[in-house]
Write a protein of this length. Structure first.
Length: 228
């Protein structure tokens, strides 16, 4: 299962801070899943493959020995080359079956879903391991974000799939607990994870996730009369 907090190290959101440095800070804060997203904001051109390869190489080296597992956004080829934990696919990226053929059976394949039809497709797809729904709240993480789906869609998604469920979009330390309470297994955070002092920001998010988990466990104990 995914950890309750999942950080996205985003090239644009970091505002010039080197991605390997940010990933090292995230791992040092206790983040266990970190996704590398290296898409410059328009109108900036995409990174050349050789540049992106070297960047991933440096990020992998920065995370080595930290206990953090790395994901790569979109690029199944790089996920396979570096043997990272997973690849995340948006609706405009490779089909999950094509990504699976590249990364193999051992890697996670995540898929974004922004509406009921996409959710149903991701749930039914045998090559999708993790379903990511959102944006839950308003977000500036993308140039043209999808419409906000809200917490109610997270609740409906939880009822619709038994697969690990990630919520994304506009999540920070102040609302992370609401997302987990709505049924998400994990909250993926981009803006709040990349803002300011990255390590301090991620420590606050790790603490918020831990507190939410403890409160949920306490509520479950109370509902069950203290029996596990």
């Amino acid at each position: 299962m995914p950890p309750p907090f999942y950080a996205i190290a985003d090239l644009a959101a970091l505002g010039g801070r080197p991605l390997p440095e940010a990933v090292r800070a995230m791992a040092g804060a206790g983040v266990r899943w970190i996704q590398l997203r290296a898409k410059p904001r328009p109108p900036g051109p995409p990174l050349a493959d050789a540049v992106l390869y070297r960047l991933v190489e440096a990020v992998v080296a920065a995370a080595e020995g930290s206990g953090a597992e790395l994901w790569i956004d979109d690029r199944a080829d790089l996920a396979a080359l570096f043997g990272v934990a997973g690849v995340h696919l948006g609706q405009r990226d490779l089909p999950p079956a094509a990504a699976r053929a590249v990364v193999g059976e051992a890697a996670w394949v995540g898929r974004s879903a922004h509406d009921a039809a996409q959710l149903a497709a991701a749930d039914a797809d045998p090559d999708v391991d993790v379903v990511a729904v959102g944006p839950v709240f308003a977000t500036t993480g993308k140039e043209r974000p999808d419409p906000v789906v809200g917490l109610d869609f997270v609740r409906r998604a939880r009822r619709a799939t038994a697969k690990p469920l990630v919520a994304i979009g506009g999540i920070d330390a102040g609302n992370l607990a609401q997302v987990l309470a709505a049924g998400a297994d994990s909250a993926a955070v981009l803006g709040a994870a990349c803002a300011g002092d990255v390590e301090a920001s991620c420590r606050a998010l790790v603490a918020a996730a831990g507190k939410a988990g403890a409160e949920a466990a306490g509520a479950a104990d109370a509902a069950g009369g203290g029996r596990r």
